[in-house]
Design a protein. Structure first.
Lengths: 184, 481
């Protein structure tokens, strides 16, 4: 199961479980008489809070090492792509971009199976830099912020044409700001 | 003590908030129909609506929580009607200023007005300063009111008792019990005061650059941190104000004993107060220049800000309801469903606040999915519960005989149907804040249309409640009342 599908399934199962549990509480109150209620609430409370805390700690321990800041940090990227975003287009280049004259010099081709690095900035407002595969699935992303360069490292496993879409609201033509590159 | 003037100003708030809510829902539905390609708006108009919808919703539900706690606070300490009226006037003025900038000035930098977008003027020139001023007017009204309430609480309860610290020690000071309502109100008001101070700094920095003629330029990373510190904290504290109302009213209208502050309630809410102030870092996960330590704090705080409040409240509500004879009414069923919506939205939020998920969920429709769940099906229901209870209180009749089943069924279908369309689209990577969807997102438009229709069902229920509640609220203005 892909990560996108997994989070949706996790959410739906949790939502149904919460709704079902509370519906059960609701039903129990409709047939209840005085003197009912939760038996031994102190013990149940201890179990409930402990179980939740343990789940949270396990989730933190499992997920934090997978954060993008720690990916491919010990490796040298096989290619560096410089990215400058500006209302409403992206400039991609294999060499550093002149902010006064941002032009894409060539079509970008990246190798599959090797880590690459995107150095992303903005020449005006905040933009997003979202990389989508051919199935329109968001693979990875970073923000394009004026005055800062975000370094995004990624290893593409599938060859194909990738779309870059703006993922931070940047003005009226935000939905039309995009470009492409190829992975071979 | 509840005075007639308090009833009148509370009624005025309820009528105003509900009227603005109906309009803001209509704007939201219009946007979803546009994304569904059922209508065709000019992108600038779409984003003006987006800005109006966002800023109005955030504003009215923050202030709705303050209205509710102010009304109920009168049971414990004297509350100032003058400050209440002052906040009301400034809120109306602020909202008018904001709507003028979006509808007449065509301002469309979204409610987040992320620096430096407001300075890249694609609207009337005057709209940027007036928008920022409008926010300032709202902020001043709420700040003064929140500080006023906090000072009244501190006149009766010492600092230690306000935070219920005596409940944390083994030597329990039984002479002074801190009601959960006072504890949660305090925690929420402190959060509101702090985030409004951040908003002041943010606005001052905006204006410093605006009037500097280019000699002073802000740091975009600092401005982004300030924006989300203010916005995220305000949204969360609004929810906690709703919970304060729940703790005070739900047992009462259910015919059950009042909630008590125990050590775990006190500990849970004290932890929430601290953690919620650093959870906003999760908005900047995709800014890799932000120090990694802050990113880690973001995930830790997001997990542990929600856990104590949610776990303590869910457990308390379960103990209240489970196998106990409850006098169900529209008021407590709204509180009860609000907890369900809040928890479900919380799961969506927790998934998104995990950095390794955020990389493929950030700024997709998963974001509006989770915040609409805990707002439209959580916080809004807490406030509606209070509005319904207050309206019944105004006419002196808490024993409603009218059936509410149809309202609830439609509310659940409309509300959860609406947010579910966001979740599906978000999980499949559809970007948020797109006026129209690129053709590769094959199901995005269909999901948007379906979401809009579900939202129409939700709107019908809100209108239904609006007329019921407002009719009762108007009675307090009658000379014979």
């Amino acid at each position: 199961m892909k990560a996108h599908e997994f989070v949706l399934a996790l959410f739906l199962v949790s939502a149904i479980a919460i709704a079902g549990l509370f519906y059960y509480f609701f039903l129990s109150s409709r047939q209840a008489a005085d003197g009912g209620g939760v038996s031994n609430p102190t013990k149940k409370r201890f179990f409930f809070f402990t179980a939740l805390a343990v789940v949270m700690i396990i989730l933190l321990l499992v997920t934090i090492p997978k954060s993008p800041y720690f990916l491919f940090t010990g490796e040298n990227p096989s290619k560096v792509v410089y990215v400058a975003a500006k209302q409403y287009s992206f400039t991609l280049s294999s060499s550093a971009i002149d902010p006064q004259n941002p032009v894409s010099t060539e079509a970008i081709e990246l190798p599959a199976g090797q880590p690459v690095e995107f150095r992303v900035t903005s020449l005006d407002v905040n933009h997003g830099f979202g990389i989508y595969n051919e199935r329109a699935e968001l693979v990875t992303q970073t923000q394009a912020m004026p005055g800062y360069v975000n370094r995004l490292r990624w290893e593409f496993t599938e060859p194909g044409t990738y779309n870059i879409l703006c993922l931070e609201f940047c003005g009226a033509a935000h939905s039309f700001m995009r470009t492409t590159f190829t992975v071979k | 003590m509840t005075t007639l003037s308090l009833k009148k100003i509370t009624s005025a708030w309820i009528i105003t908030i509900l009227a603005l809510f109906v309009l803001a829902i209509a704007f939201g539905i219009t946007m979803r129909f546009n994304q569904g390609a059922n209508i065709n708006l000019d992108p600038a108009k779409f984003y003006s609506l987006l800005t109006t919808h966002g800023v109005t919703m955030i504003g009215i539900w923050a202030v709705a929580g303050m209205v509710a706690v102010n009304y109920l606070l009168a049971r414990y300490v004297p509350v100032s009607t003058s400050l209440n009226v002052f906040a009301f006037i400034l809120t109306v003025v602020g909202v008018v200023m904001l709507w003028v900038t979006t509808f007449i000035g065509h301002f469309h930098a979204a409610w987040t007005f992320l620096y430096p977008l407001p300075f890249y003027v694609a609207w009337e020139k005057w709209a940027t300063p007036v928008f920022l001023l409008g926010l300032g007017v709202l902020g001043i009204g709420w700040f003064v009111w929140a500080v006023g309430m906090m000072l009244q609480i501190l006149k009766k309860y010492s600092l230690r008792h306000t935070f219920a610290w005596q409940h944390l020690t083994t030597k329990h000071d039984v002479a002074v019990e801190t009601p959960p309502f006072i504890l949660i109100t305090t925690v929420s008001l402190i959060g509101i005061i702090v985030c409004l101070l951040a908003a002041v700094v943010l606005l001052v920095l905006f204006f410093a650059e605006y009037f500097s003629s280019g000699s002073f330029v802000n740091d975009p990373l600092l401005m982004k941190n300030l924006t989300y510190f203010f916005g995220h904290t305000l949204a969360n504290e609004s929810l906690y104000l709703g919970l304060a109302t729940l703790y005070e009213l739900m047992p009462e209208v259910s015919g059950r004993p009042k909630f008590k502050t125990t050590w775990y309630v006190a500990l849970g809410w004290n932890c929430t107060m601290v953690f919620v102030l650093t959870a906003f870092f999760h908005h900047l996960y995709m800014d890799f220049v932000q120090p990694v330590g802050f990113q880690m704090i973001g995930q830790l705080a997001s997990y542990f800000a929600s856990l104590p409040a949610a776990a303590v409240t869910a457990f308390s509500v379960m103990v209240l309801v489970f196998k106990n004879p409850i006098k169900w009414s529209l008021t407590n069923i709204l509180f009860f469903l609000g907890v369900v919506g809040w928890l479900i939205g919380g799961v969506g939020a927790l998934i998104d606040s995990t950095v390794s998920n955020n990389i493929f969920l950030h700024n997709t429709l998963w974001v509006p999915a989770h915040f609409h769940t805990y707002n439209a099906m959580g916080n809004v229901l807490f406030s509606l519960a209070f509005f319904n209870w207050a309206a019944n209180e105004f006419v002196g009749n808490q024993n409603e005989t009218k059936s509410y089943s149809l309202k609830i069924v439609l509310l659940l279908i409309g509300g959860f149907g609406f947010v579910l369309m966001f979740y599906f689209a978000g999980a499949y990577s559809v970007p948020r804040r797109y006026s129209v969807y690129p053709q590769e997102f094959t199901s995005a438009a269909l999901l948007a249309s379906a979401g809009a229709w579900f939202a129409c069902i939700y709107l019908v229920v809100i209108l239904w409640m609006f007329f019921d509640i407002v009719k009762k609220c108007f009675k307090v203005f009658s000379p014979s009342y």
